[in-house]
Design a protein around this ligand. Structure first.
Ligand code: HEC
Length: 314
């Protein structure tokens, strides 16, 4: 309590000893610093959210497209080739939804703009080894498995190609027709075994969480753009505040400090009887009124002095 009192007394004396311009500047700087820091934090959050929304929208569009390719393969291609699939000795991977989705995405990646985008149906025990879930993806699959209500996860991840935004979606294994190729090797087409072997992609059980549909969107450039916009906006804000401080200081000096100093100098001279000129009233503002009041006081003082002098002479 006493310490607080001492501190507030010290601050009071400090502020009493400060010059007018310094008081103004300290106050302005505190207000500006507060708004720069507060504004900077809010703006940085808004930009980060905007950047994330941008990559999330792209990721969602790609996932939706890949789902459509999967459905198209299962609903339209398989029925068309059903007879051929049963008799053919050659496996037709194009009839596998996972394969066609991946192929379509690889075509998209041929475009330079999308070459760092990644689509993966990450599996714990994949048929095609390139779909093997890495540690990060395995963790997500386990989280899906532990919590059935959890159907989607998203966030940022560092990949060798840079920072990426990912969306992981639960991919259900709930259709008994899938078991033909994913339960035991003896049930799977021989032609499939010839290509993919009989070691992986088997023993899958219905309604178990075994994989996650993953999409990775490079986020480095989007985040860099957001960062750039932040710096530009901050630089503009700081420049505007600096200009405001300079202009206010100039105005303060011209309109308040200089006239007050002149009045105070003259008042001092008048008080010691060293000046006879009048206080100059340059304007009708408060300083002007002060000068006029001083002039009235000076005249009254002169009259009083004269009276005293006359009295002394008598
Ligand atoms: C005709 C056999 C066959 C059927 C039926 C089948 N799959 Fe597959 N599946 C495969 C093959 C072969 C691959 C590997 C494709 C590749 O090279 O990308 C695969 C790959 C996958 C993958 C990607 C991970 C991996 O193992 O490489 C998922 C996920 C998948 N299948 C799910 C399903 C689901 C769900 C069903 C049922 C709707 C299903 N599959 C039906 C043969 C089949």
């Amino acid at each position: 309590m006493r310490k607080n009192q001492q501190l507030s007394n010290k601050l009071k004396t400090l502020s009493q000893n400060l010059k007018l311009a310094n008081k103004f500047n300290i106050l302005l700087l505190l207000v500006f610093l507060g708004s720069i820091i507060g504004g900077g934090i809010i703006f940085s959050n808004v930009l980060a959210q905007k950047a994330q929304d941008e990559v999330a929208t792209q990721a969602n569009i790609f996932l939706q497209s890949m789902d459509s390719v999967r459905n198209y393969t299962t609903d339209d291609i398989i029925p068309l080739l059903q007879n051929q699939l049963e008799t053919s000795t050659q496996f037709i991977p194009q009839t596998v939804a996972a394969f066609s989705a991946r192929q379509v995405f690889d075509n998209i990646r041929k475009n330079d703009r999308y070459q760092d985008f990644v689509y993966k149906e990450a599996a714990l025990d994949p048929t095609n080894v390139r779909d093997k879930a890495d540690d990060f993806e395995t963790q997500i699959i386990n989280q899906f498995s532990n919590n059935p209500a959890n159907t989607e996860q998203s966030g940022f991840r560092d990949l060798p190609s840079g920072k990426a935004f990912y969306i992981a979606r639960r991919l259900n294994f709930d259709n008994p027709t899938c078991l033909q190729c994913h339960s035991t090797p003896d049930k799977a087409p021989k032609s499939q075994l010839a290509i993919y072997g009989d070691k992986n992609g088997f023993g899958w059980q219905l309604d178990k969480t075994l994989f996650a549909q993953m999409i990775y969107i490079p986020a480095g450039k989007v985040l860099q753009r957001a960062n750039h916009s932040w710096w530009i906006t901050m630089a503009i804000e700081i420049s505007i505040f600096a200009i405001i401080i300079i202009v206010i200081n100039l105005l303060l000096r011209r309109a308040v400090i200089k006239p007050i100093m002149q009045i105070s100098k003259l008042a001092q001279a008048v008080s010691t009887g060293k000046a006879s000129s009048d206080f100059e009233q340059k304007s009708n503002d408060e300083i002007g009124i002060l000068a006029a009041s001083f002039n009235r006081m000076k005249s009254s003082l002169e009259i009083a002095m004269r009276l005293i002098a006359q009295k002394n002479n008598q």
